[in-house]
Design a protein around this ligand. Sequence first.
Ligand SMILES: [Ca+2]
Ligand SMILES: [Ca+2]
Length: 418
Amino acid sequence: MDEMGVPRTVAAGPRRARRRAATAVTVLAGLAWLGAGALGAQVPASLIGRELLPPRVRVEPFAGPFSGPVALAFLPDGRLLVTEKNGGVRLVSVDGQSAPDPILNLPTDQTAERGLLGVAVDPGFAANQRVFVYHTLPRPSVNRIVRFRLVDGRAVAATAVYTLPAPGTIHNAGNLHFGPDGQLYVGVGEGGTPARAADLADPRGKLLRLDPAATPLRASAGNPFAGLPGMDGAIWASGFRNPFDFTFDPISRALLATDNGPDCNDELNRVRPARDYGWRAAYDCRRPAGPAGTEAPLWVWSQTVGITGPLVYAGRTIPDWDGSLLACSWNHGQLFRATLSADRARVAAVNRVLDVTCNIDIAQGPDGGVYFIEGGGYAPGWVRRIVPDPDATPGPRPTLAPLERAFVPRVVKGVRGR
Ligand SMILES: [Ca+2]
Ligand SMILES: [Ca+2]
């Protein structure tokens, strides 16, 4: 979990939701970074605009506080699962209530960026009640995937179904999501050792694709390196530093993953199988496209914001956001909205949405609302949501500079660890 060592610059406590919605001030980011490969040594002009929340929505508290919440996953009936870094899985009712105790408490090493991180609900949940989580076991020290069944509000039959090599204290990534192909994808960080990212024998610094029906989990059929000597057949794509979170675009079905850069170049990537996304020990911040033969990101925040929690919002509940990619800044507690090109293959513009504090994860509820974690990680956190409100009155149109540079982060040397 990259950048979790950086003190948050936002209030740790719950902020009163502000009924401030508004005329969207879409400030086109303009100079989208085009053709990274062709530009080579150019530092991308990731200009980021600002906008208000769309009209007729409000931000409101939903659930919490939780102990270091990290990830969110909805059940088909609208209940919400929240992972806590210390090993707890919390279950939240549709009206935001949660029991004081977790439904599952796994023995978890939460040193630095280790912990209970991701959660994914099986697409066959109605029939099999299966949920998967990713956590760091203290002894032996491994990251592993645990599967359990959620029956009558209780977690039963928790079973370790996949084990990864020894974790780093940093760069564990740890989110997992089902793809539209029904396979389980897992983000694994390089654990602080950049050379692992391009090593196809090592699952670290990769996105993996696993068959969720197998016990233990195994490489999915059709994986690009399956059966090749000396390679880990679970690997779907390589060359990541800390692919903290990812999502599938429900419109294009593309896998969109963040990767947290060193002191530069937080990325959004469109991930295709067998491709290498370029992280190396000798990575050059001036060359965000990465080394020759690797895949350039779709977008770069040239200053690290700790980008994570990507979600493509799809639906008419918040029509202004239909088809947009939303993501959070761990470092700064900010919400970004990216507009994708018509073919969904490029980022046309990125704006920061004002008046929303989003630190880690975002999920779209069955009600069409946008749910997100404010705080969390090393600190208590809350789930808040953005929902329609026909009575929300537009706020004053702000005076904004037409463009702002990507953010200058508050970097604390030696804490983040590299
Ligand atoms: Ca990259
Ligand atoms: Ca997520």
